[in-house]
Design a protein around this ligand. Structure first.
Ligand SMILES: [Fe+2]
Length: 297
């Protein structure tokens, strides 16, 4: 079981000491990890060396139904990592070289610098994401978080009343284009339509209310799009004020787990044409998923 839970910021985020995901975990330890996630939303587990992909996958499977990977998103492009459960969030191509400037995948990775929550564009959303650091740049590339439960708590009462009951549409392509990526093809759009989710929901592990919006949010059901975008802008500006933001500074061997159902996150700048960042993600889902058409990063 964890020997200590050390908060990484005053409000949320904690480092769990005395846990090693490379070792078999007993039920009590797993329950403590889940309880820490419910309270702190973002938890780091450090290791003296990166867990293998197999160890990463095995541990992730203890936290819920796992994303198993689908069709490749970019036809004709190989994969650096062979495990379908792992999303390669590095800046490396299939032969382990830094992406060329012209590589479409680099543009899409840069879209992760927008505030988002993983897989809100799916009907069956992501719960936990687990990101393992294999190589981290010397400078930059922090991952920043916002606890959307704290944001909800801080909203004025009259604002809260107007948000309850709204239904938001989330689209993968919306954020990718916002982030500077190319427009999707008609085929890509059709293969991956928007998903709808309540703007305000109860985060089940903690029982606290949370806002659920992100850079994938492209509309509100029954609203003109311009009005919806205006509200998203207002809420995102409020949510990402410095008092709500926590920056995780990566250590080699870290496995960082966050709960997408109550947080926003974003990657931050680094020299992605000059330095290697090799981070690999697994993802748990609300329920077991069958017949999803695409693998999404
Ligand atoms: Fe992400």
């Amino acid at each position: 079981m964890p020997t200590a839970i050390e908060p990484m910021s005053p409000k949320y985020g904690a480092r769990l000491k005395g846990v090693d995901i490379r070792e078999p975990l007993d039920a009590a330890t797993l329950a403590e990890i889940k309880a820490a996630l419910a309270e702190y939303a973002v938890c780091a587990i450090g290791h003296d060396a990166s867990p293998t992909d197999e160890q990463h996958i095995a541990f992730s499977g203890l936290l819920g139904p796992m994303e198993r990977g689908k069709e490749k998103k970019f036809a004709g492009v190989g994969e650096r990592i062979r495990h379908p459960e792992i999303v390669d969030q590095s800046n490396l191509n299939e032969v382990g070289e830094i992406y060329a400037d012209s590589d479409r995948r680099l543009a899409y990775k840069r879209a992760n610098r927008l505030w988002h929550t993983d897989m809100s564009f799916f009907t069956i959303r992501a719960t936990y994401s687990l990101l393992a650091a294999h190589i981290v740049p010397a400078v930059g590339a922090d991952t920043e978080f916002v606890d959307m439960r704290a944001v909800w708590d801080a909203l004025p009462q009259e604002r809260k009343a107007k948000l309850e009951g709204l239904v938001v549409e989330h689209s993968y392509w919306h954020s990718r284009v916002l982030g500077g990526g190319p427009e999707p093809s008609a085929e890509e759009l059709a293969a991956h339509p928007p998903a709808r989710h309540k703007m305000v929901h109860v985060h089940e592990p903690s029982g606290r209310k949370s806002l659920y919006i992100a850079s994938h949010s492209m509309g509100i059901v029954g609203w003109p799009q311009a009005k919806a975008m205006e509200l998203f802008k207002e809420l995102m500006t409020f949510a990402t004020q410095p008092q709500f933001v926590f920056a995780h500074k990566w250590r080699l061997g870290d496995v960082l787990i966050w709960d997408n159902m109550c947080t926003l996150h974003r990657a931050t700048e680094f020299d992605d044409r000059g330095q290697v960042r090799d981070v690999r993600r697994t993802t748990c889902r609300e329920r077991v998923v069958v017949n999803e058409k695409m693998r999404i990063e």
